[in-house]
Write a protein that binds this ligand. Structure first.
Ligand SMILES: C[S@@+](CC[C@H](N)C(=O)[O-])C[C@H]1O[C@@H](n2cnc3c(N)ncnc32)[C@H](O)[C@@H]1O
Length: 236
């Protein structure tokens, strides 16, 4: 029997990552994908990919799971979230998007308002590991119930309710500083199924312009086919 030559051992190579660049403060891109630097290394929040570079851990920010990530991918021009930002987030749910804001606003606070006790349980678990998240079990239609929140730099709303513009306005009037940024993930169908999308956006814009200057309206398809994403500034 002829002796087979020994096969060379396959060398174990680490997965090659592309260049890391900072798109906005605290938001990174690697191989065209979005990442935030993890505040709690080793922990996944929603099954996201973790990668290690320069002795840091980065969590992939999935635009199919987070409308803010989708808006960034679709060309959001202004990203005001900073290390020390105070944020009021309406429709916190289990904290998918909030977890990334928590990676970014490491010296600030994210007040997460959520109406569902089931979702709140998950958010409470997340807040135990991340001190900059403050969960608030409340109805975003009743800002008087969480008046302690005080003034914030940024208001974010994703509640998928028919009266979304009104909810944003009453919260902005109470909490958002003048000149502060507001973001709205607008669910077209939850407002009016009978109106064409364009017509609907026009009527929502008219309602919001009473309080805000509208800076950008983004169609976040294909990441989310049902929502538009609006960036506004409260008039000074
Ligand atoms: C589409 S989910 C939000 C997803 C979340 N923004 C994220 O990206 O991780 C909408 C959430 O709004 C909550 N919600 C609906 N109406 C609300 C209200 N009136 N006040 C507070 N939360 C509300 C729902 O329970 C749900 O968890």
């Amino acid at each position: 029997m002829t002796k087979q030559p020994k096969q060379a051992k396959k060398s174990k190579k680490h997965e090659p990552y592309g260049k890391l660049s900072e798109l906005f403060p605290g938001v990174y891109t690697i191989n065209g994908e979005l990442y935030t630097k993890s505040l709690v290394p080793g922990r996944r929040v929603y099954g996201e990919k973790l990668i290690h570079m320069n002795r840091e851990e980065y969590r992939r920010w999935d635009p199919f799971r987070s409308k803010l990530a989708a808006a960034i991918k679709k060309g959001l021009k202004t990203f005001p979230f900073k290390r020390g930002s105070e944020v009021l987030y309406l429709g916190a749910s289990a904290g998918t998007t909030i977890s990334h804001l928590s990676d970014i606003c490491i010296e600030g606070t994210i007040f997460g308002v959520e109406i569902s006790p089931y979702m709140m349980e998950k958010l409470l678990k997340l807040a135990k590991e991340r001190e900059n998240i403050v969960p608030v079990l409340a109805d975003a239609r009743k800002p008087q119930d969480y008046a302690d929140v005080g003034e914030v730099d940024i208001l974010y709303q994703d509640v998928s309710q028919p009266d979304q513009p009104r909810i944003l306005k009453i919260n902005a009037e109470r909490f958002l500083k003048r000149g502060g940024d507001a973001f709205l993930a607008l669910k077209a169908h939850s407002i009016d199924v009978t109106k064409e999308k364009e017509e609907l956006i026009d009527s929502v814009k008219e309602e919001l312009e009473e309080l805000f200057d509208i800076k950008q309206v983004i169609d976040i398809a294909p990441f989310d086919e049902e929502h538009y994403f609006l960036h506004m500034k409260r008039r000074a």
